[in-house]
Design a binder for this molecule. Structure first.
Ligand SMILES: Cc1cc2nc3c(=O)[nH]c(=O)nc-3n(C[C@H](O)[C@H](O)[C@H](O)COP(=O)(O)OP(=O)(O)OC[C@H]3O[C@@H](n4cnc5c(N)ncnc54)[C@H](O)[C@@H]3O)c2cc1C
Ligand code: SF4
Length: 515
């Protein structure tokens, strides 16, 4: 076993949480080590190939996990520098003010967070500036207060989406420009980093114009000689002193060897599922149920949203290239005839023929699939799932990772899907926009869709019901922090990325005071 230098801070995982924290700490002059199990996503034409990305899963983790019945599945997750932000759709929304409070849903209670919206609001602003978010304040009827405008104007709608926007307004809704982290300059297309292509949501960006944590945080931080990244560094275990009160060693497998690293502060940010698994694997005499797990909460309360994709096939062609520009929050808190939260609607990246043939190989002959792809409007719907202690990550004695999950709070989501269809049937209040939607292809995202994983190492004020305190430090371990999506107390109903980023900046500020 090789023994290596001591650091001031070790961060495990380079995604939204870990990569952002690395950026925050790098200028401090302290020795910071970022450990990432994957390598860099190669820059190659396949980055933008539907076949390579979706059909061949070229950039996905090659791992098998197991469901609650022991059935194997391949998780939709990515192990590489930048984590899942390399392939995310870069829809970067703040949680609503009410999301931080207790909310009654049809399926139960969404608990209050230990911090209020106002405590994280300044970091949301910093996160929006760091990740180059394009948006329009005041356009989203449910958006929380903000102290500054977005750093960039909203990404414009292409004509078909502008038409959809106008039609939705015509039936009394308030569609708004989806806040997006892409480095697009529509006023200066010649010099714009982003070329507004059709391969963004779910793909790595070949021209490094997406605001992912590698591009906006990790690369710029590596210019500091005190900030170091080790790739291919799989953290197997974390060890503590004999009292169990402090982390002493991080055990890493790299290039076939086992290595040990140590630091004054260790921050876990391996993604909600892997962070829980790492703490569970790190059980010892003082932490028999897993590191920092006296409460038995580590791995529990796994959430991932009730998510559905819906393709609305209309008679009118949809030649849109970059479709993910519009969202609807009118049903976020309640529906017209339903007094509970329903959720959020946003456009998906434009589906193409190859994606449809993968989803429905026997559905229709090729020509029909091509016609469907060229006529579809593609939507993504997100509703809140609730933290249930029996929805959990466990690690078997042989190391196999098991994800026990039973969906809950589904009625609001089902109503949202129904409402979207009826909205689309309704639109066309101006003659020239009359578009009969005559076919819907809908799909609830299955267990393997772990994109919005969160909640497995929750924060809170009570050490009996939470693992982390309000600053994301483990209640039981003095130098252990967690900054990925696992700290969430509830899943809310918008994408998690910006909140993970903002929280990493918030925790980073605490750490700078501590170091
Ligand atoms: C296709 C797709 C589209 C998405 N679109 C959006 C979107 O539009 N908006 C949005 O807000 N969110 C989106 N998300 C979700 C978003 O990407 C995640 O919420 C976010 O990246 C999670 O950040 P994280 O820090 O928790 O973990 P991750 O980004 O998953 O990073 C975890 C990192 O830890 C590393 N790691 C894991 N285990 C170990 C270990 N044992 N040792 C060392 N390293 C380890 C992993 O390799 C990874 O790099 C999307 C996700 C996917 C997959
Ligand atoms: S739309 Fe822009 S940011 Fe997205 S993949 Fe294409 S060039 Fe990159």
């Amino acid at each position: 076993m090789a023994s290596i230098d001591r650091y001031d801070v070790i961060i495990i995982g380079s995604g939204a949480g870990g990569g952002t924290l690395f950026w925050k700490l790098a200028p401090s002059g302290k020795k910071i080590l970022l450990l990432e199990r994957g390598g860099f996503v190669p820059r190659e034409k396949d980055n933008w190939s539907t076949r390579a990305v979706f059909l061949e899963s070229k950039y996905k983790a090659h791992e098998t996990w197991y469901d609650k019945d022991g059935k194997p599945f391949h998780p939709g997750t990515h192990y590489n520098v930048g984590g899942n932000t390399k392939v995310y759709g870069a829809a970067l929304l703040r949680f609503r003010e009410d999301d931080f409070k207790e909310i009654r849903h049809a399926g139960g209670i969404s608990p209050a967070w230990p911090i209020r919206y106002e405590e994280i609001a300044p970091y949301y602003t910093q996160a929006e500036y760091l990740y180059h978010v394009h948006g329009l304040r005041g356009s989203d009827p449910t958006e929380p207060p903000a102290d500054k405008p977005y750093p960039h104007p909203p990404v414009s709608h292409e004509p078909r989406i502008q038409e959809l926007n106008d039609d939705l307004k015509c039936i009394g809704l308030s569609p708004f420009p989806l806040p997006l982290g892409v480095r697009l300059d529509e006023k200066d297309p010649v010099n714009s980093a982003c070329v507004r292509c059709n391969s963004c949501d779910g793909f790595p960006c070949l021209v490094n114009a997406k605001s992912d944590s590698q591009v906006v945080c990790i690369q710029p931080s590596l210019k500091y000689s005190n900030a170091m990244l080790l790739t291919g560094a799989y953290v197997r275990r974390i060890e503590t002193s004999s009292s169990g009160r402090e982390v002493t060693k991080v055990i890493v497998e790299r290039e076939g060897r086992t290595e040990e690293y140590s630091a004054g502060v260790v921050v876990v940010s391996a993604g909600a599922i892997n962070s829980a698994a790492l703490l569970l694997r790190s059980a010892n005499d003082k932490h028999p149920k897993g590191l920092a797990n006296r409460s038995d909460v580590v791995g529990r309360h796994y959430m991932c949203h009730n998510n559905s994709a819906l393709l609305a096939i209309s008679k009118k062609p949809n030649p849109t290239v970059f479709q993910k520009t519009l969202a609807v929050n009118d049903y976020y808190h309640r529906g017209e005839d339903w007094d509970s939260p329903m959720g959020h609607i946003q456009m998906l990246g434009k589906s193409d023929y190859e994606m449809l043939s993968m989803e429905a190989p026997t559905l229709a002959p090729n020509m029909v699939l091509r016609t469907m792809a060229s006529h579809s409007l593609d939507f993504w719907m997100t509703s809140e799932d609730l933290p249930d202690p029996s929805n959990r990550v466990t690690v078997a004695a042989d190391g196999k990772l098991k994800l026990h999950y039973t969906a809950n709070n589904e009625e609001g989501h089902q109503r949202l899907v129904k409402r979207l269809k009826s909205m689309l049937n309704q639109i066309g209040c101006e003659d020239q926009h009359l578009i009969p939607f005559n076919l819907y292809l809908g799909k609830k995202i299955p267990l393997a869709g772990v994109a919005h994983q969160c909640g497995t190492v929750r924060f809170g004020d009570d050490p009996n019901t939470s693992v982390l305190d309000r600053n994301c430090k483990a209640h039981e371990v003095d130098n252990l922090y967690v900054v990925d999506g696992s700290f969430f107390a509830s899943s809310t109903a918008v994408n998690p990325g910006l909140t993970i980023i903002a929280n990493a900046l918030r925790v980073g500020e605490q750490l700078l005071r501590r170091l």
